[in-house]
Each structure stands twice: as structure tokens, then as C-alpha cells.
Design a protein around this ligand. Structure first.
Ligand code: HEM
Ligand SMILES: Nc1nc2c(c(=O)[nH]1)N[C@H]1C(S)=C(S)[C@@H](COP(=O)(O)O)O[C@H]1N2
Ligand SMILES: [Mo]
Length: 391
């Protein structure tokens, strides 16, 4: 039946080339459904990450639960990675349709076919740029990753909505039908010996699973040892913790070790402060177990010890609803400062940490002082802090 249809729509020449029974509507529908779920998940979690880093004025991201961003961004990268085999399989299943004749049957059909350009292009672009980014492979991206990935996400999701609108009726019908065994093209041994539909789906599902397990170990501790493709293995780096930007790369080796170092607390305060390292060590210390969750999907939980930002706000006479900004010795960098909204600034676990797991911070982890707070993206956990500006 399938073969007959292929022969009528595509002509005998084309049919001979697409003999696999896996170029099939039911498979296309199932893979489409799976991709709909993974892409929607990526879009929502991606928008969360974007909103945290570019908060609109009406929006205050809570500082609790402490590990929420770790989960949303871990899920973003994991579902993105899982989508790679799904998308390749889907494209392979449906590509004979590209050769359908006549190419367009109606205006609606033309719109639907044109929307495949942003859909397929956008989907490939998102998976490629995302993967290149977490693999630290920047050369093929001569544009600013976040900006391109952000706008391409809107284009892809827009095209996905058009595509779902166009296909929902067929998908329902195809999935409602009881799965018939895939027809065997009697004249074609290749088709007969190939995978069954179920076998094909199981293979693609397994490929997705293997890719995810091979990468998520840089955020899911128990999988660390088997995650051979994880870009950031836990347990490697100073103090056994991974580092993206070293003190040398940030150009702060000398300024961080300067005996004249002071933490300045100023801005909208009544009593500005300039505290030496000894003075900081002499203040009440607080301990918190908090994750660092990089936007690239890797994360680890650690025990941090230092001074509460909240205590500094009180000491300097800040307003009760004050928010703040921390600044790094690494001043000429987009990571050189980060905002603390009022919930984060007053959270008892938002610290300017002096210690990591019971030892003074290594230079690469932000010595002498780093910001660490609950439910914040890693990019905002500023290292080598030398100033807290109260706002
Ligand atoms: C293999 C697949 C993917 C990977 C590895 C990946 C990775 C990433 C990473 C690392 C970021 C953080 C960027 C940063 O803040 O520096 C990000 C952000 C984002 N991603 Fe993905 N992504 C993937 C697929 C997708 C897909 C399919 C979509 C949506 C259709 C998507 C939408 C977004 C959005 C909207 C952001 C926020 C960008 C911003 O902050 O402006 N991503 N992604
Ligand atoms: N001053 C400064 N702070 C910084 C960074 C940086 O480049 N400079 N990197 C940030 C990023 S992206 C993350 S994920 C966390 C942890 O990164 P690390 O691996 O460089 O310690 O620190 C953040 N703090
Ligand atoms: Mo990061």
C-alpha cells in the first residue's frame, strides 16, 4: 500500500530510490511528537535562562529553590542533546517527500512547505550552535552565540507552530490507526532485510539515551565516570572543581594577591566600608551548600563559607529593600559584574565566599572573594570580587 502510494506521488524512478518501509507517516508522526516535546522544553528553559540574565524591570527571580536554575539549564542541554538523533531520524524518514510532484498543491500547501525552511534550518542551527557552545568550539560561530541562538529559537518555534497547525489532523489520524506491520516491498531485498519500525524507533531512542548519558555526568554526579563526552568532568581542576576562566586568563593574578586589597561597600549607604582581608576573616562567617550551575549545563554542589551580603547591607545602613551589584577585579569583561535582585541580596545564603569546601579559594575560583548565591546562573557568580555597590 505504502509502495503504491509512493509510486503514484513520486513516480516510479523516485520510488525505486526510496524503498525503505521506514519512510513512513507513522514514524514521522511519532518522531515529530517527540521533537515537539524536546523543542518546547528547550524553548521554555532557554527563555528562563535568558530572562534571568536580562531581567525586565517587573520581574524578580526568586532565590529559592536554590537548585532550580541548575535543573532548568541541565534539562535544556540534556533535551537539546537528546534531540540530535531524533531530528536526524525525522529528516531521514520524511526527506522523500521533498521530491513529491507537483511540489505545491495549493496556497496553504505552499505556505506549509515554505515554513519548512525556517523550521529545518532553525532546528539544525539550534542544535549545532548549542552543541558547539558547550563543546567550547567557537570557530564555526563568527557571531555572538547567545544573540543568534536566542533569535533563532523564536524563528524555530514560530515555524514549529505553523508546522504543528498544518500536520495536527494527519498526525491524529495516523496515530489513531492501529499500527499495521510495515509493508514489505516484495521486489526489494534491501527493504525486507531492514529494520522494523519498532526497531528503528528503539535504535533512535537508544542513540538519544546514550548521548544524554555521555554528556550529563558533568551535572549529574553519579554519571560522572561514564559521561565520556561531558565537556567539563567533575573532580578535575583546582580544589577538584572545574574552572572556565582562570585567574591568569582574567589578568587578575597580581591584583588578587595585592596586600592592599580591600572590599569596598558603597552606593546608596549611610556608612560606606573598605574592608581588608583580615577584617573580612574576622567578621561573622556563614556556611552554605550551594550549586554553581553554568549556563553551559555543567554544575556542581559545594560547601561555601564567607560573609552574608545581607550582613554587609545592614552594616552599611542600606534600605530594607535594597538591591545591589558586585564588581570584579576583572573589570574589562562582560563577566566583570553581576546584579543581585532584592530577594537574592537579602537571602541568608547569598555569600561573598572566602572558602570552598573548607579551604581558602584557589586563585582560579576567585581568591580572595567570590559571590555565591542560591538559584543563580553561573555567569552571575562573580569571582575576584572587590566591590559591592548598593542600589
Ligand atoms: C543541543 C541542543 C542545545 C544546546 C546544547 C543548547 C545550549 C544552550 C546554552 C549553553 C545556552 C546558554 C547560553 C548563555 O547564556 O550563554 C542556551 C540558551 C538558550 N537556548 Fe539552547 N541549546 C540547545 C538547543 C536549543 C533549542 C532547540 C532551543 C529552542 C528552540 C534553544 C533555545 C535557547 C534559548 C531561547 C536560550 C536563551 C538565550 C539567551 O540567553 O539569550 N536551545 N542554549
Ligand atoms: N570575574 C569573573 N567571574 C566569573 C566568570 C568570569 O569569567 N569572570 N565566569 C563565570 C562563569 S561563566 C561560571 S559558570 C562561574 C564558574 O566558572 P569558573 O569555572 O570559571 O569558576 O564563574 C563565573 N564567574
Ligand atoms: Mo558559566
Amino acid at each position: 500500500m505504502k509502495v503504491a502510494r509512493a509510486a503514484t506521488v513520486a513516480g516510479t524512478e523516485v520510488h525505486r530510490r526510496f524503498t525503505s518501509p521506514l519512510h513512513d507517516d507513522r514514524l514521522a508522526a511519532i518522531l515529530g511528537l517527540a521533537l515537539g516535546v524536546t523543542f518546547t522544553t528547550c524553548f521554555v528553559t532557554g527563555l528562563i535562562s535568558h530572562t534571568l540574565q536580562h531581567p525586565p524591570s517587573w520581574f524578580t527571580w526568586p532565590s529559592r529553590p536554590a537548585g532550580l536554575f541548575r535543573i532548568t539549564q541541565g534539562v535544556h542541554v540534556a533535551t537539546g542533546v537528546a534531540s540530535i538523533p531524533l531530528l536526524l531520524a525525522k529528516l531521514w524518514v520524511v526527506y522523500p517527500k521533498l521530491f513529491r510532484w507537483p511540489p505545491v498543491a495549493s496556497v496553504a500547501h505552499a505556505v506549509e512547505r515554505i515554513s519548512l525552511i525556517p523550521l529545518v534550518g532553525g532546528a539544525l542551527f539550534q542544535l549545532f550552535t548549542g552543541t558547539a557552545n558547550i563543546a567550547y568550539w567557537y570557530r564555526p560561530m563568527p557571531f555572538f552565540f547567545t544573540v543568534a541562538h536566542f533569535w533563532a529559537a523564536w524563528i524555530t518555534i514560530g515555524a514549529l507552530i505553523v508546522h504543528i497547525g498544518a500536520k495536527i489532523t494527519t498526525t491524529r489520524a495516523v496515530l489513531a490507526r492501529r499500527a499495521e506491520p510495515a509493508p514489505i516491498a516484495a521486489d526489494d531485498p534491501a527493504a525486507r532485510d531492514g529494520l522494523s519500525r519498532r526497531g528503528f524507533l528503539a535504535t533512535i531512542g537508544a542513540a538519544s539515551g546514550v548521548l544524554v548519558v555521555a554528556t550529563v555526568g558533568d551535572t549529574v554526579r553519579p554519571l560522572n565516570r561514564i559521561s565520556v563526552l561531558a565537556p567539563r568532568r567533575l573532580g578535575i581542576g583546582p580544589q577538584g572543581r572545574p574552572v572556565n576562566r582562570s585567574a591568569a586568563a582574567a589578568g587578575v593574578l597580581d591584583s588578587a594577591r595585592d596586600p592592599g586589597y580591600r572590599l569596598v561597600v558603597d552606593g546608596r549607604v549611610t556608612r560606606p566600608l573598605a574592608l581588608s582581608l583580615d577584617e573580612l576573616r574576622g567578621m561573622p562567617q556563614h556556611e552554605a551548600i550551594l550549586p554553581i550551575a553554568c549556563v553551559e549545563g555543567w554544575s556542581y554542589s559545594a560547601r561555601w563559607c564567607g560573609i552574608r551580603v545581607r550582613d554587609l547591607l545592614q552594616l552599611t545602613g542600606a534600605r530594607p529593600l535594597a538591591h545591589a551589584r558586585v564588581e570584579s577585579l576583572e573589570s574589562y569583561s562582560i563577566y566583570g559584574s553581576s546584579p543581585l535582585n532584592r530577594l537574592q541580596a537579602h537571602d541568608p545564603d547569598t555569600l561573598l565566599a572566602l572558602e570552598l569546601d573548607g579551604n581558602p579559594l584557589a586563585p582560579d575560583h576567585g581568591y580572595p572573594l567570590r559571590l555565591i548565591g542560591p538559584n543563580r546562573p553561573g555567569v552571575d557568580q562573580t569571582k575576584w570580587v572587590h566591590r559591592l555597590v548598593v542600589l
